[in-house]
Design a binder for this molecule. Structure first.
Ligand code: ADP
Ligand code: MG
Length: 376
């Protein structure tokens, strides 16, 4: 079913967080009806959608109910059950399929896919037991990072092993939770990402390279264009295009890269969905990563991306949002986004600010000094 989906039809979105919300907003602009499935009543996406089915993502009868009501189905995150998606395919069009999901929801499958296709990945060992962990760590040396294979995000399920004084308890906890992966810690020069979207006809829209700064493994600031060498940019764009091709990408995906201090490029991970680093495309480009997601899944032609202005995005976590709201009147240059989440828990992504500026460095410095983002 390589269907073209037109305004007036309905789009179902599994997951109702901020990514679903911004997808839904884009779909509404184009005249689609939007139904969201999420366990939290009045979740972020439901606030801009036509209807919400309140149910767990794993609730198969609820997923079937959603599928039966919509013309095309998509998802906002990678931890949807691929088998459930395969099941609901008989009731609706699921243009993204499940192959990108299956590859990216497990770090081992992801690393294997990348390595098999010749994409550069960080040295890593698969760890099935405490004994294997010990021998692998000896072989690899420190610093290293131990990661769970499934379900990690924002640095959750990760242990940094700088030296002998690492937390043995947390290592045990991760190792007991299932298979893990031990990665060599790269001496990072920079982290960047490439957002790319595709449709069933194999057309692609690719966004310029975005540079990312993390605080305690959570994305803090992104800017575009990335301030890296043109040949490194070209390499990242080329790798992203090839990965998208191999995965028969439909909709939006993001590839995170590490650039080492000796300017080597590694693929860190792939998110088969719009990405936090791509939020700045909403104001800075002719189309946003959410627009190209909707265009891709609806099989519309994929536009060439134009960056109208350099931009910087800074996240507003639970500990920042209240202070930031109080300062709105002082910042005409802010494009303020609030996801409408009920509870401002620490480290929870509550919103973001985008600033269009040619002064990326100066703007970053101002944010660094701003008490809104002070480290508690
Ligand atoms: P998540 O799924 O939580 O985003 P990542 O694997 O992307 O997990 O790791 C989160 C962050 O931790 C990265 O963006 C990077 O800053 C740091 N990190 C992870 N792995 C490595 C590594 N091998 N070398 C250096 N830094 C790393
Ligand atoms: Mg990551």
């Amino acid at each position: 079913m390589d269907k073209l989906h037109l305004p007036g039809e309905s789009i179902g979105i599994i997951g109702g967080g901020q990514l679903g919300q911004m997808m839904a907003a884009s779909a509404k602009e184009k005249g689609f009806k939007v139904l969201v499935l999420d366990p939290t009543p009045n979740c972020s996406a439901a606030q801009v959608a036509d209807e919400q089915i309140v149910a767990e993502y794993s609730d198969l009868p609820a997923l079937i109910k959603l599928a039966k009501q919509v013309d095309v189905l998509t998802y906002e995150f990678e931890n949807v059950d691929a088998e459930a998606i395969a099941t609901v395919k008989q009731y609706t069009d699921v243009p993204q399929g499940t192959s990108a999901l299956v590859v990216t929801q497990n770090r081992i499958r992801e690393k294997n896919f990348l390595a098999e296709h010749g994409f550069p990945v960080v040295e890593h060992h698969i760890i099935q037991s405490k004994a294997e962990f010990k021998t692998s760590l000896e072989k690899m040396g420190m610093p290293a990072i131990l990661k769970t294979v499934e379900g990690g995000y924002d640095g959750k399920g990760q242990l940094r092993i700088e030296d002998e004084n690492y937390s043995k308890d947390f290592a045990d906890e991760l190792l007991e939770s299932g298979i893990c992966i031990l990665e060599k810690q790269i001496d990072l020069y920079k982290e960047v990402s490439v957002v790319i979207s595709g449709n069933k006809n194999g057309e692609q829209s690719i966004f310029p390279v975005i540079e990312n700064e993390h605080e305690r493994n959570i994305l803090h600031i992104s800017n575009c264009p990335a301030m890296i060498k043109p040949e490194t940019q070209a390499k990242c764009l080329e790798v992203a295009e090839q990965i998208a091709k191999e995965l028969h990408l439909v909709g939006t995906m993001c590839i995170e890269f590490f650039i080492s201090t000796d300017h080597e490029v590694f693929v860190n991970e792939i998110a088969p969905r719009p990405h936090n680093s791509g939020h700045l495309t909403i104001e800075s480009c002719n189309v946003s990563q959410f627009d190209t997601h909707i265009l891709g899944v609806c099989n519309w032609p994929m536009p060439k991306v134009k960056l109208f202005s350099s931009a910087l995005m800074v996240n507003l976590l639970g500990q920042h949002i209240y202070r930031a709201k109080k300062k709105i009147q002082d910042h005409v240059e802010w494009y303020f986004h609030d996801y409408g989440k009920g509870l401002a828990k620490p480290d929870r992504k509550m919103g973001h600010i985008t600033i269009l500026t040619d002064e990326i460095e100066a703007t970053k410095e101002a944010i660094d000094k701003d008490p809104i983002w002070r480290k508690e």
